[in-house]
Design a protein around this ligand. Structure first.
Ligand code: ADP
Ligand code: MG
Length: 620
């Protein structure tokens, strides 16, 4: 027997580790099972090299619980250790800069990540155990089995063991504050969380707890759509089926495997729905590692396996590592490739998914310049008529009908239905931009594409296409030779209760709409932008509403209004009609205040009350 002290240059590192890592004590399972898997892999590699003179045992890791003794035992059929190796790898805790460690990682957040980085993985067992034993037999010819034990102080005992099977057992004497680890379901849950895809079978009794050949390690050619979907369901139970996926498989210049799924987003841009799990050689490391996976890609779901990264990656390590940046760029590129490939060769499918994936694409374009460049020609816009067009196709369609580069959009197809109908009657199209992200995306897109495209909300302007210039000069009163337009202008000015509204009289080709509101695109964008921002909103509240009421003199309602205004004793009704027409136009903008709603209802009732009988409102 040998007794001695674990040589680390701090009096007692174990309590430090224990205290710092306490909140994440369950990671001991990841560390011990991955050590076991490493040991098996090493033995297999040695066997391939012809270095193993005895029979190579079947690869497996077994978990056993001995409730009576209060022990959890993790056994592997790996290469084992000699007493000398235990001294070297376990006792002389092999990290050069303990002082660095203590200095740098006082910050609790980072400590968890750093454990394995400093070769302390094995010692994480002391987070749940008051005493740890190693019982091991090396594969080497003539090796003597060894037994090590340590109670969490720096003192250890090393003796010979009677073990006959090559491999290692780690015996954890579970501490009083971690008794839950003696429950089968707790251990199973932890295996499921950290080791579900480890490459060797992890057994409890006769049950295998893991999938040793997860889908991402297999070749895409041997996989069907169904395999991908099943794997998705296994990873993310209870989530609606994904739309499509990307299988990542890179060997050079770095190793990267994985599958990224495009989920059906329930709410626009709710990043909490996404989940990209990071694995390192099939061992779970973390979720949504920002440094590795660009933020906008965390909307996706799936797994990424980067064997080149250390098992325990610290944030600061990731930030400073150039490979990480390249991996991240590569992932972004692959996602863009998948999307542009689909846009080019499977246009119908692409269009079919568009309504689900466009917030993701726009978000990515806002966040990542390269992604923007790759995607900009493959943006689709859904038209009010239900087609999906690229901007070039839209331009083609609107050729000669709007200024080149102008894109008319509807932000609320329901309330803007009258505007949409006007356009449609003239064979014009508006695109629908009714999601939150469009508000940010449109101005950004215009700027990034050098103002080649000018988006105008459907109520920002009236296209000349909609007007009939031949009708605009009708003279209605020979006495003062005033045109109908001039008269209507005055009628609205005199009778409109709302102040500060600009009046413009036009002759629409269509007679269906009595009046429309126009809101200046720039002023409206500014207001949209600051909505919800208290200080800025107070500032823009002072800005004039800046809208124009466009009166359509070809509409029968307006014609009647003109007549009414020339009829004796109808002034009260003229006022009612003017304000009603204004409110009808306002209604297409969406929001009525409570007060406006009240007067609209009262006025509607008043108008109805005057219909019929001798008091007919709209006298012939
Ligand atoms: P790391 O795994 O980062 O090297 P650990 O503290 O987890 O650090 O393990 C230290 C060393 O102990 C390992 O590198 C390995 O040489 C040895 N070791 C740990 N567990 C086993 C095992 N189950 N079988 C064989 N060797 C092991
Ligand atoms: Mg380890």
């Amino acid at each position: 027997m040998e007794a001695g002290h674990i040589s680390i240059h701090a009096e007692n590192i174990l309590p430090i580790i224990k205290r710092w890592l306490y909140s994440e004590k369950e990671i001991f399972i990841r560390e011990l099972v991955s050590n076991a898997a490493d040991a098996i892999l090493k033995l297999q590699k040695l066997a391939l090299l012809g270095e193993v003179k005895r029979e190579v045992p079947e690869a497996e890791i077994t978990l056993a619980i001995d409730k009576e003794k209060g022990q959890v035992i993790i056994t592997d059929t790996g290469l084992g250790m000699t007493a000398d190796e235990i001294k070297k790898y376990i006792n002389q805790v092999a990290f050069s800069g303990l002082h660095d460690f203590l200095d740098k990682y006082k910050d609790k957040d980072d400590t968890q990540q750093v454990i394995g980085h400093f070769g302390l993985g094995f010692y994480s067992s002391f987070m749940v155990a008051s005493k740890v034993e190693i019982d091991t037999l090396s594969y080497q010819e003539g090796a003597v089995a060894a037994h090590w034990s340590c109670d969490g102080s720096t003192a250890f005992e090393l003796t010979e063991s009677k073990r006959t099977a090559v491999g290692t057992s780690i015996i954890l004497h579970i501490a009083d504050d971690s008794k839950e680890m003696l429950e089968e379901h707790t251990l199973k849950d932890l295996i499921h969380r950290y080791c579900a895809f480890i490459r060797y079978p992890v057994k409890m009794g006769s049950e295998v707890l893991n999938d040793t050949r997860p889908l991402w390690t297999r070749s895409p050619t041997e996989l069907s759509d169904q395999d991908y979907q099943e794997f998705f369901r296994k990873l993310f139970p209870g989530t609606p089926d994904p739309l499509f996926w990307i299988h990542l498989n890179v060997d050079y210049p770095f190793n990267l495997k994985g599958v990224l799924y495009f989920p059906k987003l329930k709410h626009e841009l709710d990043a909490s729905q996404g989940e990209v799990k990071l694995y390192c050689n099939q061992v779970y490391v973390a979720d949504n590692t920002k440094e590795l996976i660009p933020e906008f890609l965390t909307l996706l779901k799936g797994v990424i396996d980067c064997p080149d990264l250390p098992l325990n990656v610290s944030r600061s390590y990731l930030q400073s590592d150039p490979t990480v940046r390249r991996i991240s760029e590569h992932i972004t590129k692959k996602v863009a490739d998948k999307l542009t490939g689909m846009a080019k060769t499977e246009r119908e499918t692409y269009a079919k998914f568009w309504d689900d994936i466009h917030p993701f694409i726009k978000f990515g374009m806002l966040r990542d310049h390269k992604f923007f460049e790759r995607m900009q020609d493959h943006l689709l816009f859904k038209t009010a008529g239900g087609e999906h067009l690229t901007l070039e196709q839209y331009k083609e369609k609107m050729l000669g009908k709007v200024e080149d580069g102008t894109v008319i959009y509807a932000s609320d197809p329901t309330s803007q239905v009258a505007y949409l109908r006007l356009l449609q009657d003239e064979g014009m199209e508006a695109v629908i931009a009714d999601t939150m992200i469009d508000q940010h995306f449109i101005p950004y897109f215009e700027m990034q594409t050098g103002r080649k495209w000018k988006f105008k909300r459907i109520d920002a302007d009236i296209s000349a296409q909609l007007l009939d210039s031949s009708k605009s000069q009708i003279v209605v009163d020979a006495n003062d030779s005033a045109t109908a337009a001039e008269k209507l202008d005055k009628i609205f000015r005199d009778n409109l209760d709302k102040t500060g509204v600009k009046i413009r009289v036009e002759s629409f080709k269509s007679d269906k709409v009595p009046a429309m509101l126009l809101v200046d695109e720039n002023v409206r964008r500014m207001k949209d932008m600051v909505r919800g921002n208290g200080a800025m909103a107070a500032y823009t509240a002072g800005l004039p509403d800046d809208y124009t009421l466009v009166v359509n003199q070809t509409s029968p309602a307006i014609k009647n209004l003109l007549k009414l205004s020339q009829t004796f004793n109808r002034l009260e009704e003229v006022k009612l009609v003017v304000n009603q027409i204004h409110d009808l136009a306002w209604l297409q903008q969406g929001d009525f205040s409570a007060q406006m709603m009240q007067s609209f209802i009262d006025r509607s009732a008043a108008i109805l009350g005057r219909l019929g009988g001798s008091d007919t409102l709209l006298a012939q």
